[in-house]
Design a protein around this ligand. Structure first.
Ligand SMILES: Nc1nc2c(c(=O)[nH]1)N[C@H]1C(S)=C(S)[C@@H](COP(=O)(O)OP(=O)(O)OC[C@H]3O[C@@H](n4cnc5c(=O)[nH]c(N)nc54)[C@H](O)[C@@H]3O)O[C@H]1N2
Ligand SMILES: Nc1nc2c(c(=O)[nH]1)N[C@H]1C(S)=C(S)[C@@H](COP(=O)(O)OP(=O)(O)OC[C@H]3O[C@@H](n4cnc5c(=O)[nH]c(N)nc54)[C@H](O)[C@@H]3O)O[C@H]1N2
Ligand code: SF4
Ligand SMILES: [Mo]
Length: 810
C-alpha cells in the first residue's frame, strides 16, 4: 500500500492554492500529473476525505498490463487513477491505463456482481440458480470430482482455456498456470490442452521455420527504415501507455521509418500515422507474399548470400535430401514446382484484391529499405489457413536478409522484455494426454473417436474418455468466446454428456449461465499479488497490488476456494496444495526467490510502497535470432537442421501421415492455399461476405463488456463497405441481420470505406444475448454465433476470422 507516498502528495495539494503551486509541488513534471492532483483536491473539498489510495493493476488479457491507483472511501473504490511515477520520459515512461482500466471501478462496484455461491436449479444454460452455502457448493464440487475420477479417470477432467486474470501470479487464470491446475496436479492430473485461442496457428507453424516464434522488440524500430504491418493493430490491441502502441509511436518518431499497413480494415494503428494502407482480402496474405517473392526473384532483389548460408530449401542448392525435385521455394514461386503456376502479380491480384502495380512497387520498396521491420499481428493467423500464412509472411524478411539484425524482424509479432518473475508453481501433470485448446467441445461430443492423426490428440493414439467435468475459472470461452455458440449450447445443455461444470466468476456471463456450481470470486484488485508486464517493448515492470477493499458479501479469493476443495479431497492433497503457506506467505516466498535470482529488485516492503518497479532492457532492444545471425554454427536454431527451414521435412512427413480433408493443406513450403469458407469458397453463393471479429477497444474480449460508458464510447457495429451496403439498401446506423447457416446476429451497421468491399467485421467479445430456448437470435452482437468449430489443419486451432455471412437490413 502506498499510503505514506500518497500522504505526502496530499499535503502538497492541501497547501497549494494555485495551478502554479501545484505544478511546483508535483516537481513541475507532466501536465496530466498536475491535473489529476487538482481533480483530487477538488474532490476532497466537497467529499469526506478518502481513507487511502491503493496500488492495483488491470490484469485482463489485452496483452498490456497497467498500474492503477485506486482511491478508497468507506471501503469502496470511488475514483481510479493510473501510474504517476518517474519522470515520464520515454524509457522511464508511465504505464498509464486505457479507458477500460480507468473504468474498473464500474466493474468492481457493478450491481450485477456475483455475491454468493449458487447451484443450478433449471435446465443447464437456462440461467436459473439458487443460493447455497460455501460448504454445500464445495462439498458438491468435491463429490462430483471424486465420482468423475472414480468412474472415468482423471482424463475426463478438463480445465478450460480462460484468460480473465492472465496477468495475475497467485490469481492467474491461464490454464497452464492456474491454481486450478495445481489442485488437479495434486489429485492425479487432468486432460490438458496445447495452443491458445490467441496464437494457435502461428505458434504451431513458426517453429517449423525458425525453431521458435520470436520477433524483435518494437522499440528496435528506432533502427528501422520501414515498418510493414500485416494484420497488426497495436493501437487497439496493445493500448497501455507502457504498451506496444506507445513504443511504436516513440520509436518511429525517432527513426522516421515509413509504415505500410496491410489489413482488410483501415485500423486505428493506421489512422493517419501510416504512409500507406493496403487493403487485402482476409486469408490471402500468402498469395501477396508469393507475388512479392516473384518480383524480388525476377529483379534480383533477394539476399542470395543470406539464403545460402542461413536457410534450407530456398533453391536446389539447399534443398534437403528426400525432398522431391523442384520441391524448393524458388521453383514454387516461378511455377516450376508441383502446381506449375507462376506466382505473378497478376495471379496474386486476383486472389488478394491488390492491384498488380502496387504489388510490384511494394516488392521494390521492401527489398530497397534495409533494415525493415516486417511483422504480423495474430489476425492473419486466426484464419483457416493461418499456419501457412504466418510462415509465408516470415518469407519477406528471410528473402531480404532482415532476420537477426537491429531494426529488422523475423516476420513474427514483437517480443518483449520481462523482469524476473517466479510463477506460482503448478506442479507436474501426471496425465500426458492433450487436446488442442479449441477442440474441447468435440472432446465432449465424441471424445473416444478423436485420434492423434485426425484430431491432433497428443500423448496417445486416441482419447479414451470424453470430457465429463469442466473447471472454468475466469473465462468466457464456454460460450461467448468459443466458436459456434448454438452448437456449443447443444453440447453443453445435455448434462448426461459433460456431467459437471464449475464456473468461478465475477459476473453472470453467458458462460456462467452453463454452470452447475457458480462461485463468486474476488477480483485481482481485491487481493495481494505481484504482476509482471506483458508486452511492453524494452521497458519491463512489476506491479505490487494490494486489496483495495475488504471482501464484500461472500466473495472469496481463488486461493481460498482451491484450498478448501483440496481440504475436502484429503489432508495429503491439502498439504501438497498449500505447502502450509497462506496466500501472503506464498507471495513472500516467491518474491524472495525472485530477489535471489535478481538482486537488483527492490526489497518486498519497498516494492509494496512504490507499487510499480520499472527497468529498461539492459541489452537495449531484443533482436530475435541475433546469436544465430552472428554465428550460425555456434548458435544453431532449434529446427532439425539448425537453420531457417523454408522447406520443412518435418511438415512434409506430417502432410503425408495426418488425415486431412480435401480442402485442408499442410505443406513443407509456406505456400498459399485456399481453404474452407474462404473468399473463393462455393459457399459464397449463399453467404457472399467474408466476416471476422477483430479485437476491439471497447472491451478486452468480453471483459469490460458490461460497462455502460465504454459501450457508449465504442459502439458494437458491423463494418460494411458502402458498395456492399448500397447493394443491400443499408445505410449507416441501420439495424441489420448478419447470418449464415450457424445462426443470426442483429446489430447496427457501420457503413464505411475503412473496410474493403466484400468483407465485413465486428468487434469480437460482445456479450451474447439470445433466448436459447426460443429463436436463438443474438441481439448482443456476438460474432461467435457465426463462427465455425471446424479446426485449422495443422494446429487444430480456432479459425475464428474465417467466416462467410450474408447481411440484410431488418
Ligand atoms: N482492446 C483489446 N485489446 C486486445 C484484446 C481485446 O479483446 N481488446 N485481446 C488481446 C488478445 S488475448 C489477443 S490474442 C490480441 C489479438 O491480437 P490480434 O490477433 O493481432 O488482433 P485482431 O484484431 O484479431 O487482428 C489484428 C488485425 O488483423 C486484421 N486481419 C484479420 N484477418 C486478416 C488477414 O487475413 N490478413 C491481414 N493482413 N489482416 C487481417 C484485422 O483487421 C485486425 O486489424 O489482442 C489483445 N489485445
Ligand atoms: N470470434 C472470435 N472469438 C474469439 C477471438 C476472436 O478473435 N474472434 N479471440 C479469442 C482469443 S485470442 C481469446 S484470448 C479468447 C479470450 O476469451 P476469455 O479468456 O474467455 O476472455 P474474456 O471474454 O475476457 O473472459 C474472461 C472472463 O473472466 C472474468 N474475470 C475477469 N476478472 C476476473 C477475476 O478476477 N476473477 C474471476 N473469477 N473472473 C474474472 C470476466 O468476467 C470474463 O467473463 O477469446 C477468443 N475468442
Ligand atoms: S485493458 Fe489493457 S491497456 Fe487497458 S488498462 Fe487494462 S491492462 Fe491496460
Ligand atoms: Mo488472445
Amino acid at each position: 500500500m502506498s499510503q505514506s507516498q500518497e500522504g505526502v502528495s496530499r499535503r502538497h495539494f492541501l497547501t497549494a492554492t494555485s495551478l502554479g503551486g501545484l505544478a511546483l509541488a508535483a516537481g513541475g513534471v507532466t501536465l496530466p500529473f498536475g491535473f489529476s492532483r487538482i481533480a483530487a483536491a477538488v474532490g476532497t473539498s466537497v467529499n469526506p476525505p478518502e481513507d487511502k489510495v491503493v496500488w492495483g493493476a488491470c490484469s485482463v488479457n489485452c496483452g498490456s498490463r497497467c498500474a492503477l491507483r485506486l482511491h478508497v472511501r468507506d471501503d469502496t473504490v470511488w475514483r481510479v487513477e493510473t501510474d504517476n511515477t518517474g519522470l515520464d520520459t520515454y524509457g522511464d515512461h508511465q504505464v498509464r491505463a486505457c479507458l477500460r482500466g480507468r473504468s474498473i471501478r464500474r466493474r468492481i462496484n457493478h450491481p450485477d456482481r456475483l455475491n454468493y455461491p449458487m447451484k443450478r436449479v433449471g435446465k443447464r444454460g437456462e440461467g436459473k440458480f439458487a443460493r447455497v452455502s460455501w460448504d454445500e457448493a464445495l462439498d458438491t464440487i468435491t463429490n462430483s470430482l471424486k465420482k468423475t475420477i472414480a468412474r472415468y479417470g482423471n482424463e475426463a477432467v478438463y480445465i478450460n482455456y480462460t484468460s480473465g486474470v492472465v496477468g495475475g501470479n497467485i490469481t492467474r487464470s491461464s490454464p497452464y498456470a492456474s491454481l486450478v491446475a495445481r489442485l488437479m496436479n495434486c489429485y492425479g492430473g487432468f486432460l490438458s490442452h496445447y495452443g491458445t485461442y490467441s496464437t494457435a496457428q502461428i505458434a504451431a507453424a513458426m517453429p517449423y521455420t525458425y525453431g521458435s516464434n520470436e520477433g524483435n522488440s518494437t522499440s528496435d524500430i528506432v533502427n528501422s527504415k520501414l515498418v510493414v504491418m500485416f494484420g497488426n493493430n497495436p493501437a487497439e490491441t496493445r493500448m497501455s501507455g507502457g504498451g506496444i502502441t506507445y513504443h511504436l509511436e516513440q520509436a518511429r518518431e525517432r527513426s522516421r521509418a515509413r509504415m505500410i499497413v496491410i489489413d482488410p480494415r483501415y485500423t486505428d494503428t493506421a489512422a493517419g500515422r501510416e504512409d500507406e494502407w493496403i487493403p487485402i482480402r482476409p486469408g490471402t496474405d500468402a498469395a501477396l507474399v508469393s507475388a512479392l517473392a516473384w518480383v524480388m526473384i525476377g529483379e534480383d532483389l533477394v539476399d542470395q548470400p543470406f539464403l545460402d548460408r542461413y536457410c534450407v530449401g530456398y533453391d536446389e542448392k539447399t534443398l534437403p535430401a528426400g525432398a522431391p525435385a523442384n520441391g524448393h521455394y524458388k521453383a514454387y514461386i516461378l511455377g516450376e514446382g508441383e502446381d506449375g503456376v507462376a506466382k505473378t502479380p497478376a495471379w496474386a491480384a486476383r486472389i488478394t484484391g491488390i492491384p498488380q502495380e502496387r504489388i510490384v512497387k511494394l516488392a521494390r520498396e521492401i527489398a530497397g529499405a534495409r533494415p525493415a521491420y516486417i511483422c504480423q499481428g495474430w489476425g492473419p493467423q486466426r484464419q483457416a489457413n493461418g499456419e501457412l500464412t504466418s510462415r509465408a509472411i516470415a518469407m519477406l524478411p528471410i528473402l531480404t536478409g532482415n532476420v537477426g539484425i537491429h531494426g529488422g524482424n523475423s516476420g513474427a509479432r514483437e517480443s518483449t522484455y520481462t523482469i524476473t518473475i517466479e510463477r506460482m508453481p503448478v506442479l507436474e501433470n501426471p496425465v500426458k494426454t492433450q487436446i488442442s485448446c479449441f477442440s474441447w467441445t468435440d472432446a465432449i461430443a465424441r471424445g473416444p473417436q478423436m485420434t492423434a492423426l485426425a484430431d491432433g490428440v497428443r500423448g496417445k493414439e486416441k482419447l479414451d474418455v470424453p470430457i465429463k467435468f469442466i473447471w472454468n475459472y475466469a473465462g468466457n470461452t464456454l460460450i461467448n468466446q468459443h466458436s459456434d455458440i448454438n452448437r456449443t449450447h447443444e453440447i453443453l445443455q445435455d448434462d448426461t454428456r459433460c456431467e459437471t461444470i464449475v464456473v468461478i466468476e465475477n459476473f453472470m456471463t453467458s458462460s456462467a449461465r452453463y454452470a452447475d456450481i457458480l462461485l463468486p470470486d474476488l477480483m485481482t484488485v481485491e487481493q495481494e499479488d505481484i504482476i509482471p508486464n506483458d508486452y511492453a517493448g524494452n521497458m519491463g515492470y512489476l506491479i505490487f497490488t494490494q486489496p483495495a477493499t475488504s471482501a464484500k458479501f461472500e466473495r472469496r479469493p481463488i486461493y481460498w476456494i482451491m484450498s478448501e476443495v483440496a481440504k475436502r479431497l484429503g489432508p495429503d492433497v491439502y498439504q501438497r496444495f498449500t505447502e502450509g503457506r497462506t496466500q501472503a506467505q506464498w507471495l513472500q516466498y516467491l518474491y524472495a526467490k525472485m530477489r535471489a535470482r535478481d538482486p537488483q529488485l527492490p526489497d518486498y516492503e519497498a516494492l509494496k510502497q512504490q507499487g510499480i518497479y520499472k527497468r529498461q532492457d539492459p541489452a537495449g532492444h531484443y533482436v530475435a535470432y541475433q546469436d544465430f545471425r552472428d554465428d550460425p554454427d555456434a548458435h544453431p536454431l532449434k529446427t532439425p537442421s539448425g537453420k531457417i527451414e523454408i522447406y520443412s521435412a518435418a511438415l512434409a512427413r506430417i502432410a503425408q501421415t495426418w488425415r486431412l480433408r480435401e480442402d485442408e493443406t499442410i505443406s513443407p513450403l509456406p505456400v498459399y492455399a485456399s481453404t474452407f469458407e474462404g473468399w473463393d469458397s462455393p459457399a459464397r453463393r449463399d453467404y457472399p461476405l467474408q466476416l471476422f471479429g477483430f479485437h476491439y477497444k471497447a472491451r478486452t474480449h468480453s471483459t469490460y463488456g458490461n460497462i455502460d460508458v465504454l459501450q457508449a464510447a465504442c459502439r458494437q457495429e458491423v463494418w460494411i463497405n458502402p458498395i456492399d451496403a448500397r447493394a443491400r439498401g443499408i445505410e449507416n446506423g441501420d439495424r441489420v441481420r448478419v447470418f449464415n447457416a450457424r445462426g443470426e446476429v442483429r446489430l447496427e451497421a457501420k457503413v464505411t470505406p475503412r473496410i474493403m468491399p466484400g468483407v465485413s467485421a465486428m468487434g469480437q467479445g460482445a456479450w451474447h444475448h439470445a433466448d436459447m430456448h426460443g429463436d436463438r437470435v443474438d441481439h448482443g452482437g456476438c460474432v461467435n454465433v457465426l463462427t465455425t468449430q471446424r479446426p485449422s489443419p495443422l494446429a487444430k486451432g480456432n479459425p475464428q476470422h474465417t467466416n462467410l455471412v450474408q447481411i440484410a437490413k431488418i
